[in-house]
Ligand binder design. Structure first.
Ligand SMILES: [Zn+2]
Length: 83
């Protein structure tokens, strides 16, 4: 009885932790996928995450262009993430 309870609690814990905030996969590049420049080329990189993938751009101005091609760019980033 007790072991069933423990299984229930740990399963519930897994479920809630994966739902609430799954850690994003780290961005594999050090360049901006839009400009091709280093992400810290002009100051702090602009960091955000999409579909569980962390993305770094050289500046917030590149976000608009990223969003226009987000699916394609996320696939390219994912392909580069593979070991
Ligand atoms: Zn930029």
């Amino acid at each position: 009885m007790l072991s069933r309870l423990i299984i229930f609690i740990s399963a519930f814990g897994l479920l809630t932790s994966s739902c609430s905030k799954a850690p994003a996969k780290p961005y594999p590049l050090d360049t901006c996928p839009i400009s091709g420049k280093k992400v810290d080329d002009h100051g702090e990189p602009f960091v955000f995450s999409r579909n569980g993938q962390e993305v770094k751009l050289c500046c917030e101005a590149c976000l608009e262009e990223f969003d226009a091609n987000a699916d394609k760019l996320l696939k390219e980033i994912a392909a580069k993430s593979k070991p």
